[in-house]
Design a protein around this ligand. Structure first.
Ligand SMILES: [Cu+2]
Length: 287
């Protein structure tokens, strides 16, 4: 029950405005306190071609939601204030306003079609797999990641003290062949705005095209057992010449021996179901 005393009859315009300001403060405070960041709307552009497309789609959805939400809130407020009860008289009722009904049926349908088409365009970009000769096998297992390179000796396996690092070249279409040895895992790289399940018995392929060099964090996003929380990895995007140089390090006798040792560790880890051994990985993921 609202115990707020009503203003005396004939309250001044000033006090009415003060009450209105009080009412409007609540949604305004909600907006400010939620820390809404414009124009990114809490998302990041990321460092791949498709992460940028996904980001722009998110922006479009957010702007559309803000406009529609603002318009709807404005209409509600207008109705609340304009038709607030002043006595027992009911305001004029309007029904079967056909032009209006047609507008509020067709406009939402057009909005949904617009959002749907924009989503399809971006999704087609995300799932596109342009032909490339650079392919990396990413294998998830309880509880770690192994990255091996098609037609190359290179391999990267993590340890409890060193996260496995997937090294990939910048400005290149890189095909990722994602598999799981045991249960469902999730391959997620925040700066790529990208996530994909690693499923046992299923090979998921996708393409990544980074446009910026740097080291980016990845993690398993599917609760996959006791040590799910340590299933981190890194993605190191390097220049094409650095990438070639890194691959070449595995072709020396020393590099080959390292790769063979890492392959053995990877095979052991896949079946051990324990956190990986720090001493065994040999730092093969160092660039
Ligand atoms: Cu996991």
């Amino acid at each position: 029950m609202d115990l707020t005393p009503l203003p005396p009859k004939g309250a001044s315009v000033k006090s009415r405005l003060a009450r209105l300001a009080g009412v409007l403060t609540i949604p305004a405070a909600g907006l400010v306190l939620s820390g809404c960041t414009v124009p990114s709307f809490y998302a990041k552009e990321g460092v791949t071609e498709t992460s940028k497309s996904t980001f722009h789609l998110w922006q479009g959805f957010s702007v559309a939601a803000a406009i529609i939400g603002g318009f709807t809130a404005g209409l509600i407020l207008w109705a609340v204030i304009r038709y607030r009860r002043k006595g027992d008289a009911i305001p004029k009722q309007t029904q079967y306003h056909v032009p209006l009904e047609i507008v509020y049926t067709i406009v939402p349908i057009l909005i949904v079609i617009g959002l749907f088409v924009a989503t399809i365009v971006v999704e087609n970009k995300v799932v596109a797999e342009p032909p490339t000769t650079t392919a990396i096998h990413a294998n998830a297992f309880q509880w770690g990641w192994g990255f091996t390179y098609e037609n190359e000796n290179a391999i990267s396996v993590g340890s409890t003290t060193e996260e496995p690092t997937m090294v990939m070249p910048v400005d290149t279409d890189v095909k990722i062949i994602l598999t799981s040895t045991d249960v469902v895992h999730g391959f997620y790289v925040k700066d790529f705005n990208f996530s994909r399940f690693a499923l046992p018995g299923v090979t998921n392929t996708f393409s990544l095209h980074a446009v910026k060099t740097g080291t980016f964090s990845g993690q398993c996003t599917q609760m996959c057992g006791l040590y799910h929380s340590i299933m981190y990895f890194k993605v190191k995007v390097v220049s094409q010449s650095d990438y070639a140089a890194w691959l070449a390090t595995f072709n020396t006798p020393y590099g080959k021996a390292k790769a063979d040792a890492a392959k053995k560790v990877l095979a052991e880890q896949m079946t051990a179901r324990v956190p990986v051994k720090p001493e065994a990985s040999g730092g093969t993921n160092k660039l």
